[in-house]
Design a protein around this ligand. Sequence first.
Ligand code: AMP
Ligand code: ZN
Ligand code: FE
Ligand code: FE
Length: 276
Amino acid sequence: MPADLHIHTYFSDGSESPEAVVELAKKAGLTAIAITDHDVVSGIERAAARGRELGLEVIPGIEFTTEAYDSEIHILGYFIDIKEPRLLEKISRMQKGREERVFKICEKLKELGAPVDPEKVFTLAGHRAAGRPHVARALIEAGHVRNFREAFNKYLAFHSPAYVSHYKLMPTEAVELIGQAKGLAVYGHPAVSACDGIVPELASAGLAGIEVYYSGHDESQTKHYEELARKHGLLMTGGSDFHGSNGGREINLGDIMLPDDLLARLKDEHLRRNRS
Ligand code: AMP
Ligand code: ZN
Ligand code: FE
Ligand code: FE
């Protein structure tokens, strides 16, 4: 019963609907998936409904964008209660921050001689809480860059000139918020952040696992994070970070197939922590 615990829909910056994601996952031979949209939980109920029809387990999840030590740290949450009031309040603040940030990015792009219309970005996203990949698409469509890579390198990447921050949680805050929503927090794609030093404080805040198996991790990085997880007594999870066929990267469902026993351990830990 292989699982993929890191998937985006068009409620953040994926290109597929929740239903389409579930159908693709079923076709790929997965038996469980987690929907982990950036800073939002809007796709989960629809995915779960389609999952029930097709006999595919849908785990409610989220991927929080956080920042610390001059690095972007992504914290995944699993088995969260998507109606938890404090979670919803933070999400709504983050969504507003994302919208405001698009206007700021567009102002910077104008100054840099690569103007894009913020409304075009929102249209491409299909919602107002857009992300940088939507800006990247607008830049490509306007003819300012040839591809995603150029859009990020030249303008949008963390230290590039049109980068703008938005309201974010601290990594430990995200871990605590996930715990408050009865979920399990996992450090997402740690090799992308390259900030291993943060693991002890995340662990103290209640981190449950590390996303060891990830489409962007090479063999040595996977091995390194297996060891780091063991060292800190953390569970090992895995996911593809699928963003859809039009998501700007070549990742498919089925690229990561997390074995049963690792998902079972995650579920045990979830039960253990939420016994009343
Ligand atoms: P945001 O949440 O708006 O900050 O955008 C984050 C999204 O942009 C994530 O899905 C990242 O994978 C993607 N992203 C970040 N850096 C790059 C990059 N250098 N090339 C392509 N995509 C990127
Ligand atoms: Zn994304
Ligand atoms: Fe991420
Ligand atoms: Fe992701």
